[in-house]
Design a protein around this ligand. Sequence first.
Ligand SMILES: Cc1cc2nc3c(=O)[nH]c(=O)nc-3n(C[C@H](O)[C@H](O)[C@H](O)COP(=O)(O)O)c2cc1C
Length: 347
Amino acid sequence: MQLGPHALTPFRPGMPILTLAPMAGVGNWVFRLICARLGARLVGVEFINCRTIAEGSRRSERLLDFCDAQIYVQTGISLLAAQIYGNDLDLIAQGAREFERRGAQVVDINFGCSVPQLLRKGCGAAYLRDLDRLYRAVRQTVEAVQVPVMVKTRIGWDQDSINILEVVRRVEGAGARAIAIHARTVVQKYQGRADWDWIARAREVATIPVLGNGDVFSYEDALRMQQHTGCQAVMIGRAAMANPWIFAGRRGASLRERIALAVEQVRLMAQYKGERVGVLETRKHLALYFKGLPRTSQLRLRILRTEELGGLVSLLEEWGQSLAADAEADLTLSAAEAGALGWGSTG
Ligand SMILES: Cc1cc2nc3c(=O)[nH]c(=O)nc-3n(C[C@H](O)[C@H](O)[C@H](O)COP(=O)(O)O)c2cc1C
């Protein structure tokens, strides 16, 4: 798949191209890097309001920390797509320039967010009700930056006003280089099922790559979506939070690998956000990594209650060491696979 000057290839031959969806509160550089190393070929940054960028603050500095982008440029393992949203077209274009200055390889404009407060302000999916404004937002941003611009959107406002095919035409005309489609309407939010037929229809009319999104909960789902729709890439959100190994085409990972990842993630998050916030913000992932595994419930609870980095890391490491050397060997990555993923060690 071609995204502007970038050629994206599958992590392994025969796999679909898998990408990490932008997710607020999740898509920080630590999690992006984890997903990229496991096989996500494009990683979405959590969305940033164009005004937040213009005003500048400690929070915006943190959101604009694209330190992982350098690694992607050097290694070619992934692309960083920074996502902007807002209702001021000049500020969107200006924010896109700031993204570019800070190393984003792709600028993504959010036309899909269905949060009522943002819709009321004319942000996110509100643009689906005014395609001239949507066109201008894309056009102005494309003119402001050298890097490719993509958009992420939904299929329409409601069941009676599905306009994704017109949206595809407009964003292409405005110069966008790819479109990610969450196959739900705005009114649906996250309810009901994503209607992949609309991704297939969009794919038929689009001349730019289509990234299909919505309700991919396993690697098998990703294969099904690609077969059903012909989309050039599959974008994965919620499933990646519990199972970032999905990007390597895996159902999950051994307990040993989960523990190793948890240790690495919480350490990096502490570096990024400070110990307390780092530990707290990693919990949602840890809760998911250790959910439903046999004989882990007591330990899982202790892990989720520990607030201090040193204590948490010791707990995880002792747990890892206590596992029999051959435990779940069938699920553990081979050394060659681990090397290919960029992890020094799996245990
Ligand atoms: C916690 C969370 C935060 C999200 N934040 C964003 C965001 O910042 N920008 C965006 O375009 N979509 C955002 N989304 C939507 C996802 O990118 C994706 O479109 C949606 O979850 C459907 O994909 P999935 O079924 O693979 O999860 C968010 C979703 C979740 C669950």
